[in-house]
Design a protein around this ligand. Structure first.
Ligand code: ZN
Length: 154
């Protein structure tokens, strides 16, 4: 199947109903199918919809940002981090370029959590399809969507 670009409006809430993120009114999020731009559990529903369709899509953690894994939490010596003050909530890039968040600071060492901030959470998306179209040659070559109309410069 040829690749599609799907643009959609969304509001993301957690299971408590708290809004975590949402698209701007006139700026739907565009992604190219099969490119890994959005989480798998959402993409597999969006590809079945038509322009104007609205859905509530509930995505379990495993199909969203993964389970919260203790293996992704590490304690390192403070000297391994850049000089200067380190505090809980700071983020760094881990060994593989992934973002890691400081979750505890002690005199000699620092605890880092490499789990995605939304790992372990079931996510609820209220979505509306704004546009669907075939991906352009440029988009396929780049591996990502160039906005809802295909002319976004980046
Ligand atoms: Zn591009």
């Amino acid at each position: 199947m040829s690749q599609q670009v799907i643009a959609f409006h969304y509001k993301l809430t957690d299971v408590q109903g708290q809004t975590l993120d949402q698209s701007e009114a006139n700026d739907p999020l565009a992604f190219m199918t099969g490119s890994g731009q959005i989480i798998a559990g959402l993409e597999k529903v969006l590809v079945t919809l038509q322009i104007g369709d609205k859905r509530r899509v509930e995505v379990e953690a495993a199909d969203a940002y993964g389970e919260h894994s203790p293996e992704n939490i590490m304690t390192i010596d403070r000297s391994q981090l850049p000089e200067g003050e380190v505090k809980v909530g700071d983020t760094f890039h881990g060994p593989n370029g992934e973002p890691v968040t400081v979750t505890a600071v002690a005199a000699e060492n620092v605890t880092l959590d490499g789990n995605h901030p939304l790992a372990g959470q079931k996510l609820i998306f209220d979505i509306e399809i704004a546009n669907t179209r075939a991906a352009t040659k440029d988009e396929i070559a780049h591996g990502h969507a160039h906005g809802a109309d295909g002319h976004h410069h980046h």
